[in-house]
Design a protein around this ligand. Structure first.
Ligand code: FAD
Length: 169
């Protein structure tokens, strides 16, 4: 109905608190006649606060296949990241899906320590339509778990540097 806005869980789009908040802001801005802050397809991260943590943004491989999107992927095991090892997160990983032709980031999926804090970088990268090359050339501080994002971006083209020996087999 004109003038009635449905934000949050009631519209069934993305049943997460931060999605509801942003939809609320967009609805108020629209009601006041301002251009909504968000545009295009919303890029909404999702986190699971288990041990280990899980976090994701963008499409999954299943979705890419379903939609016929040509993609390449890089997986970096956190066994190759020192800060993750300290947190006993060596079983974790970061997976990046990128467009096969231009390398635009399509989805980022992470399992491991502190990944719910790191999904923001992936979300911003997607929001700015970054490519894996732009992730690769972004300097990540050492030692951080976030370094593994750069490594996963390198892994998209098989170029990860601190690749753990187990993953080489
Ligand atoms: C156990 C649990 C854990 C969750 N954990 C997370 C998480 O970690 N991160 C995350 O992003 N999301 C999480 N969610 C989802 C998140 O809570 C929802 O997506 C978010 O609260 C949706 O906001 P909303 O404003 O649409 O609805 P709500 O927050 O449900 O707000 C709706 C409000 O409307 C009120 N209401 C209902 N009917 C009426 C009525 N007839 N008249 C007046 N008021 C009414 C309700 O009392 C409620 O206060 C979790 C949800 C659950 C259940």
């Amino acid at each position: 109905m004109p003038g009635i806005y449905a934000i949050g869980d009631c519209n069934g789009l993305t049943m997460l608190a931060h999605a509801a908040s942003h939809q609320g802001i967009a609805a108020v801005e629209h009601a006041l006649g301002h251009a909504p802050a968000a545009h295009g397809q919303p890029i909404v991260p999702a986190c699971i606060y288990t041990s280990p943590e899980a976090a994701a943004v963008g499409i999954t491989e299943d979705k890419a296949k379903e939609q016929g999107i040509a993609y390449k992927k890089g997986i970096f095991p956190l066994a190759g990241n020192g800060k993750s090892m300290i947190d006993e997160g060596e079983a974790g990983f970061i997976k990046i899906l990128a467009g096969a032709k231009y390398g635009e980031i399509l989805g980022v999926h992470m399992v491991g320590p502190r990944v719910t804090e790191m999904i923001g970088e992936a979300t911003l990268a997607m929001r700015l339509e970054a490519t894996v090359d732009e992730l690769v050339t972004t300097i990540h501080a050492h030692p951080t778990v976030a370094e593994a994002i750069g490594e996963a971006a390198l892994a998209v083209d098989g170029l990860a540097i601190h690749w753990p020996p187990a993953a080489k087999k």
